[in-house]
Ligand binder design. Structure first.
Ligand SMILES: [Zn+2]
Length: 138
């Protein structure tokens, strides 16, 4: 059964509220989101209807960081938490990951190490549980 748009909106509202109360940091840069902020889909809604209400696929973020991520992967690769964001995308959908990864050449050395990330990390429920993958960079 396809969920109604109002149910999806309600679910997204609840997830955004959860982030505001429990993990109010931008998913892309890691800094505090002081204003209302945006809720961003890491894997686009147009690509996956199933993932549109998956909490792991959603991050609270600054509008500006959201725009950079959506509009320019070439610039987004320099956002401080992009390694973690891309690791989440890698967990959720390898094909989508590969498409986006092509446009982030600076991060390829880190992406090559993703298969070696400790497997217990793969049951994370939201990006805040993934403290940092910076150690992947040499
Ligand atoms: Zn930000």
């Amino acid at each position: 059964m396809v969920p109604k748009q109002s149910e999806i909106d309600h679910c997204l509202y609840d997830i955004k509220l959860w982030y505001k109360n429990n993990w109010p940091l931008c998913g892309f840069c890691g800094h505090l989101v002081r204003d209302n902020g945006d809720l961003a889909h890491l894997i686009r809604r147009s690509y996956s209807r199933e993932l549109q209400t998956n909490k792991l696929n959603l991050v609270l973020c600054h509008r500006h960081c959201h725009d950079i991520f959506d509009e320019s992967p070439e610039k987004a690769q320099y956002l401080p938490r992009m390694t973690e964001v891309m690791y989440i995308i890698y967990l959720l959908d390898k094909e989508y990951f590969n498409q986006l990864a092509e446009r982030m050449p600076e991060l390829h050395p880190a992406f090559e190490l993703f298969p070696d990330v400790r497997s217990d990390i793969s049951d994370i429920k939201h990006h805040g549980e993934l403290i940092t993958l910076q150690y992947l960079h040499k």
